[in-house]
Design a protein around this ligand. Structure first.
Ligand SMILES: [Fe+2]
Ligand SMILES: [Fe+2]
Length: 295
């Protein structure tokens, strides 16, 4: 089992920033260093992630594998810039096959569909050195680190947002977001779960992580929760489930949105933090161990 002391997690891109000179962008990208291993979960929406990585002294060339949490542009748009920076011809990209799906979001007020999928085609990404490794099942990146693969829907109160669509021919159909996946790390302190957008529901994901990694202790959950657009009922039931699961630290980001993040901050006072761009997490975590450049 990995000693959590050997792990450092840096959020390179997020909707807000906590470090001067590090840019905010709608999206997320998280760099995980675990012992000698370096992994990247998502790439934000643009080349901002490379610029932020430089500012945060992250050497992206060390990246062994890029894990894509799903195909939306705000998680995949930075791929060309990252691949160019890594500069190898065999860069592993772990993703669900549906990551390349023709994804749209539907704006109910304006009655319009907007393309929300991966901005680059597979050929271009491959020409930049990307080597896709498609899997619907979990992919083990080491003995204690796994990309989740498809997350089963097991709670009765979590559902994939109904404005997310796939274009099939000329028809729009509901996107089940089967490509949604998260990163699980089993440590001596308990599980660390890193979410992209949690489109399949964060409690579904935590349940899956516990089962796959064969442990009940959840030390930390960070990343996008997609609770921003969720119903009040789902938010309340999620809070109740998080309490029952006794999650030690909750560091929300991205699609959580300010009102829900503020509610979680109140509910989980003392074990909540906002995981914005520039946040560097070391373990065991305390608020005072959040180290930022220049601090
Ligand atoms: Fe998304
Ligand atoms: Fe997102």
């Amino acid at each position: 089992m990995i000693s959590a002391k050997t792990i450092r997690i840096t959020t390179i891109v997020e909707n807000s920033t906590s470090v001067a000179g590090v840019l905010a962008e709608w999206g997320i990208s998280v760099f995980i260093e675990a012992g000698e291993k370096s992994l990247l979960l998502d790439t934000g929406a643009s080349d901002v992630m490379v610029r932020n990585a430089d500012k945060l002294s992250i050497d992206l060339k060390k990246t062994e594998a890029i894990i894509l949490s799903h195909g939306h542009f705000d998680h995949t748009g930075g791929l060309p810039a990252v691949l160019e920076r890594i500069g190898r011809s065999d860069i592993r990209i772990v993703a669900h096959p549906e990551v390349l799906g023709r994804k749209y979001s539907y704006n109910k007020k304006k009655s319009i569909y907007r393309y929300a999928g991966i901005p680059s085609c597979k050929d271009r990404l491959e020409s930049l050195g990307g080597r896709f490794e498609f899997s619907t099942a979990p992919v083990w990146l080491s003995e204690d680190i796994a990309a989740s693969g498809e997350e089963p829907l097991t709670t009765e109160f979590e559902a994939v947002a109904d404005n997310l669509c796939l274009k099939e021919g000329e028809q729009f159909v509901q996107d089940p977001m089967s490509d949604d996946q998260s990163l699980y790390i089993r440590t001596d302190l308990g599980l660390i779960i890193i979410l992209g957008c949690a489109h399949r529901g964060m409690i579904n994901i935590i349940r899956h992580a516990k089962e796959l990694m064969d442990t009940d202790r959840v030390y930390m959950v960070i990343g996008g929760t997609h609770l921003g657009p969720a119903s009040q009922g789902q938010v309340d039931k999620t809070i109740q489930a998080l309490r029952e699961m006794d999650v030690a630290w909750l560091g929300v980001s991205h699609c959580t949105g300010l009102p829900v993040a503020a509610k979680l901050a109140r509910e989980f006072e003392g074990r909540f933090f906002f995981n914005s761009a520039g946040t560097v997490i070391r373990f065991p975590y305390t608020d005072s161990t959040v180290k930022r450049p220049g601090s």
